[in-house]
Design a protein around this ligand. Sequence first.
Ligand code: ADP
Ligand code: DP6
Length: 391
Amino acid sequence: MSEIYRASTTAPVNIAVIKYWGKRDPSLNLPTNSSLSVTLSQSDLRTHTTASCSPTYNSDSLLLNGSPQDTSGSRTQACFRELRSLRSELEKSDASLPKLSTQKLKIVSENNFPTAAGLASSAAGFAALVRAIADLYQLTATPTELSRIARQGSGSACRSLFGGYVSWEMGSAADGSDSLATEVAPSSHWPNIRAIILVASSAKKGVSSTSGMQQTVATSELFSHRAKVLVPERMTKMKDAIKRKDFAAFAELTMRDSNGFHATCADTYPPIFYLNDTSRAAIRVVENINAAAGRSIAAYTFDAGPNAVVYYLAEDEGAVAGVFKGFLGEKEGWGSERGGKVKVVEGKDLDENAVQGLKDGVSRVILTGVGEGPISVQDHLVDEKGEAVAR
Ligand code: ADP
Ligand code: DP6
């Protein structure tokens, strides 16, 4: 029987606090600005991927949550090609190694949260795919080196190769060799950052990030000021806020950057609107919470969709998550280990319309916090015969 080679990993979602929006090279996914994110805990949101190869496989394949995916797209192909080329170099340097680089790949993956619903599945998905194949090929590449490859799958995926606080430095080289992710600080540096995600809609989003950012680059007049002036300044300030564990500074930068990014979306011609009434209600309630505290203890941010991600510190859990639980306690999500521990707190001077808007528009909450990067696991989604494991 032919050997089946396997390696498995889990990988996290990341949510940017300084957003990537705009490409200077769409095929290499080279961005027009640097970005910075918080990696979220895999206890709550994770992708689990097994990469396998064998001389018996006839074609490359990818099974995601039980459904076959097209692997012929340029993004997946770029990841396969780059990883095979690194494996082939290893094989050339050591003739005793099996020639895995010439075998077809079978990838099986599971997301434990909705795919393509604005919850960064592409980031966790491509980070897991790249990490699992790199482990299968026994590559010695560092997470930063692998970030160059994951970035070609999906830009934001390059940041999911690390835990904690992660920057993606835009770089300037035309070949993308310096457009890489690096760790700003590990999660242990500032472990008490938490997040509550208010899932406004699990439906597929209207305008994909890939196409939305292209339209913004081509037509927005605000965009270049954001990319050239505002983001570089914010990157410096955000790294400093994280080093100093200054939540108020972190919060203001996060909210300003989300607002600024969505302003460039509205300035795209024709305009793109990712925020909806539920999103605006979440902004209002965060403002109420901060006003009641007399300082910024909660920070909202929105990706290319209406879901709110609200960051806060563990010590303010009651004053932030507890207030949301006060009126969203019936929604799915509080039954988790983390959610069950949140104590209900009655909010002060909450905007009644906003509270009603959230009650009407939020389908589910996810309680999470800062977490670790990809973790190698022995739980394989491909069995010893090379078949996908049915779950
Ligand atoms: P999201 O907001 O969830 O990131 P996108 O539409 O940007 O949504 O990306 C979804 C796409 O990412 C999927 O159609 C698929 O191509 C890819 N993707 C998601 N999860 C995985 C995974 N686990 N493995 C490989 N690719 C994945
Ligand atoms: C708003 O990484 O999904 O979430 O590179 O085209 O795959 P592609 O785009 P993607 O864009 C993410 C945009 C964002 C901001 C961010 O995560 O930094």
